[in-house]
Design a protein around this ligand. Structure first.
Ligand SMILES: [Zn+2]
Length: 103
């Protein structure tokens, strides 16, 4: 299940990011969206143009713990495997950053 931070507003999101949300929703643990365009970003960040989204794994069940699918590193691997190469998936310290950036 995807849960959205109260500050998240989807206005201006690039439609291609919906594929990332669909893939994150299939992850076997609750996943939060902490940021799309909201928040503070560096100049040139793809968040500013609605081309990036940040995910964070939330609650974990015992089943998920046993499967080793509970942290953001696992979510990053999951999304990397599920998304085409025009998406960059980066495991940051506190979240998983996904951006749509066609080469
Ligand atoms: Zn980000």
């Amino acid at each position: 299940m995807i849960l959205y931070n109260k500050d998240v507003n989807p206005q201006g999101i690039r439609p291609e990011l919906l594929l990332a949300i669909i893939c994150a929703n299939a992850y076997p643990a609750d996943v939060g969206v902490s940021c799309i365009i909201n928040g503070e970003h560096m100049l040139g960040s793809l968040h500013l143009s609605g081309n990036a989204i940040d995910f964070d794994v939330l609650e974990h069940s015992d089943l998920e713990l046993n499967r080793g699918l509970t942290d953001n590193a696992s979510l990053a691997k999951w999304l990397s495997a599920a998304l085409p190469s025009c998406y960059d998936v980066v495991h940051e310290v506190s979240h998983v950053h996904v951006e749509y950036q066609p080469k």
